[in-house]
Write a protein that binds this ligand. Structure first.
Ligand SMILES: Cc1cc2nc3c(=O)[nH]c(=O)nc-3n(C[C@H](O)[C@H](O)[C@H](O)COP(=O)(O)O)c2cc1C
Length: 160
């Protein structure tokens, strides 16, 4: 099974998480800056990750990346998503980019797997929370770095 882990990252945390996730899934890590339509389509399982910036936005490279994603046909493809954010400083827009990625891949026909519990996080509002669950893995390296290894391990076993 081929796995592509496509991420964007400003300060390296999402890049590091992508590496750990790819190691668990035996996947190839691709920076969204370099990603092509073939990188989205040419795998059995797709994992996408972005931190949230500037009150709810995708990481800057993903701004162009969503245009590439918009050209990809993900009909029936299994996709898992992860997002990084800071619940203490940005409780009103916590990991909103994860919600944006979710809407983008669902629009392309993907079947999203790997929802997680919102328990254990303290925030006011997040577009990544739907019906009481996050639409993917949520990591907060700013406030809960000590929990990330376990969260990654649990999530990757869940989606496998
Ligand atoms: C200017 C700025 C704006 C941010 N805005 C948000 C936000 O709206 N929501 C959120 O959950 N996190 C926000 N964050 C936190 C980052 O998403 C978090 O630090 C993340 O781990 C950074 O990932 P990276 O190292 O891969 O770039 C912001 C951080 C900065 C510096």
């Amino acid at each position: 099974m081929t796995v592509h882990v496509i991420y964007g990252s400003d300060s390296g945390r999402t890049k590091a998480a992508a590496g750990k996730i790819a190691a668990k899934l035996d996947g190839k890590v691709i920076n969204i800056k370099d990603a092509t339509v073939a990188d989205f389509e040419g795998c059995d399982f797709l994992v996408l990750g972005s931190p949230t910036y500037d009150e709810g936005n995708l990481q800057a490279d993903w701004a162009d990346g969503v245009d590439v994603l918009a050209e990809a046909d993900l009909t029936g493809k299994k996709v898992a998503l992860f997002g990084l954010g800071d619940q203490a400083t940005y409780p009103d827009n916590f990991v909103d980019a994860l919600g944006t990625l979710y809407d983008a891949v669902v629009e392309r026909g993907a079947e999203v797997v790997g929802f997680t519990d919102t328990k254990g996080y303290e925030f006011e509002s997040s577009t990544a929370a739907r019906d009481g669950q996050f639409v993917g893995l949520v990591l907060d390296q700013d406030n809960q770095a000590g929990k990330s290894e376990k969260r990654i391990a649990a999530w990757t076993s869940q989606i496998l």
